[in-house]
Design a protein. Sequence first.
Length: 100
Amino acid sequence: MSARTDTEAQETQAATGITPSTLSTIIKTKLEASHVDIQDLSGGCGQMFEAIIVSPQFTKKTTLARHRLVNGTLKEEIAAIHAWTPKCYTPEEWEKRKAG
């Protein structure tokens, strides 16, 4: 489902309650994330998100395990959207990435 107009986009977000802000709050709370940046790539309809998530809970986890952790945390929210792309980093990895 994608919105064709701004009105449809607002209605979709209102119906699902999913916004970058709500996703960010859940991730920060449940995954103890120190940095969360969520971009709505769907033009405001709340159906396609890309996220950068930095959490110490990712330490010693593979990329797949990190994605499973995030997806499990956002199970209900992900079910209501079209596309979700998380990029998961430990605090150490994030610092190296920012420095480089």
